[in-house]
Design a binder for this molecule. Structure first.
Ligand code: GLA
Length: 392
């Protein structure tokens, strides 16, 4: 094989986990963007950190408090301000205490701090002076602020995203501070590539799709991007169909619950994107369901993926450690409740007859015996979500 062909094959090997000891299970936390867009400030961050503790989310694993786009001085003016030494400045009006103090406060609550930048010449909102050519300095700045997670976007790049993301990987590594590297190359339909082949470098999570939005159709579009990608998610590197819209007003409670279940079974990062200071009990219960989260965090050689479809329904499956199994029966597009049946054959369990099933969302069904298949009537846009154990 020629060297150039070898390089091509290596490049096409798609996304690889970053071996930095981080994100051994899908990262969990919260991010400003989905609910607040660029309208957030220090108070929002501090109050959200407190809410993560008070709602019990932190203790379920949501530890990253991630600031997204729009934190820099000069935001929206067309130019992000870098000081005379070239370091980006934060917006002094919205973050009067400064990023280090905010980060220290977050750490004092046993939470972790996440920052955001863009690998291009301009940020997504067109402000100049984004990170292209400043990778080392920006990584140093984030490390000096005690960041534990950096999301690197890929808007308005003039060099290849592969080169830029690689530089970011090296810059983060050079700081010696452990920081999760979230590779947000979100132009996933880049012709002729899709994210499967266009995933430039080793990272801890990589976007598989365009931006999610606060409506069911967008959630479904992003879900489809990981429907056949179970083999790609693994400890150290996860498929990222984007942050959660759970609890945002465009989804019903049922839709939020289905969205959450599907992100859990596909081992997607669980980065909440709602205003958790003001969420209803229903939404808190969804986000803190320990059994759903356990399925997300466990790994037995594959992230979950879709294994069966009809015109209106789907079945999703993830193998779990100790020969256990996660299953979702999903009424994606039915106009009425629909009976969905998953036979053991779909999960290569032909040799088994009986399993015990625990219903993740219905505590009256714990370790009930089921033979040969599992069947439920599932409401519109709803899921029935099970852990199967003790299959014999
Ligand atoms: C891009 C990303 C989003 C968010 C915004 C911020 O669109 O994909 O997740 O970070 O930028 O501007």
């Amino acid at each position: 094989m020629s060297l150039s062909l070898l390089a091509f094959v290596a490049f096409c090997a798609a996304c690889n986990a970053l071996d930095n000891g981080l994100a051994r299970s899908p990262p969990m936390g919260w991010n400003t963007y989905n609910f607040f867009k660029r309208n957030y400030n220090e108070a929002v961050i501090i109050e959200t950190a407190q809410a993560l503790v008070e709602t019990g989310m932190r203790d379920r694993g949501y530890v990253y408090v991630n600031i997204d786009g729009g934190w820099w001085e000069g935001v929206g003016t067309g130019t992000a301000i870098r000081n005379s030494s070239g370091y980006l400045e934060y917006d002094k009006k919205r973050f009067p205490s400064g990023m280090l103090a905010i980060s220290n406060y977050i750490h004092s609550l046993d939470l972790k701090f996440g920052m955001y930048t863009d690998a291009g010449e301009r940020f997504c909102n067109r402000d100049k002076n984004a990170s292209q050519g400043h990778e080392t300095q920006d990584a140093e700045l984030f490390a000096s602020w005690g960041a534990d997670y950096v999301k690197v976007d890929a808007c308005r790049t003039t060099e290849s995203p592969e080169i830029l993301m690689n530089r970011w990987k090296n810059a983060l590594n050079a700081t010696k501070r452990p920081m999760v590297f979230s590779n947000c190359l979100n132009n996933c339909t880049l012709v002729p590539n899709t994210w499967h082949s266009w995933c430039p470098v080793d990272s801890n999570l990589w976007r598989t799709c365009e931006d999610i939005d606060n409506n069911w159709e967008a959630v479904m579009t992003n879900l489809d991007s990981v429907a056949n990608a179970g083999k790609k998610g693994a400890p150290g590197g996860w498929n990222d169909p984007d942050m959660l819209e759970v609890g945002n007003p465009g989804l019903s409670v049922i839709e939020s619950r289905s969205h959450f279940s599907l992100w859990c079974i596909t081992s997607a990062p669980l980065i909440a994107g709602n205003d958790i200071r003001n969420m209803t009990k229903d939404i808190t219960e969804i986000l803190t369901n320990a059994e759903a989260i356990r399925i997300n965090q466990e790994y037995a050689g594959n992230a979950g993926q879709r294994v069966h479809t009809t015109s209106t329904t789907e079945i999703w499956y993830k193998p779990l450690p100790n020969s256990e199994h996660a299953v979702i029966l999903f009424n994606r597009a039915g106009k009425t409740s629909t009976t969905i049946t998953a036979s053991w054959k779909l999960f290569n369990l032909e040799d088994k007859t009986e399993c015990k099933a625990t219903n993740i969302w219905n505590q009256t069904e714990v370790e009930i015996k089921v033979s040969d298949h599992i069947q439920r009537s599932v409401g519109v846009h709803d899921v029935a979500f099970f852990r199967l154990t003790d299959c014999t």
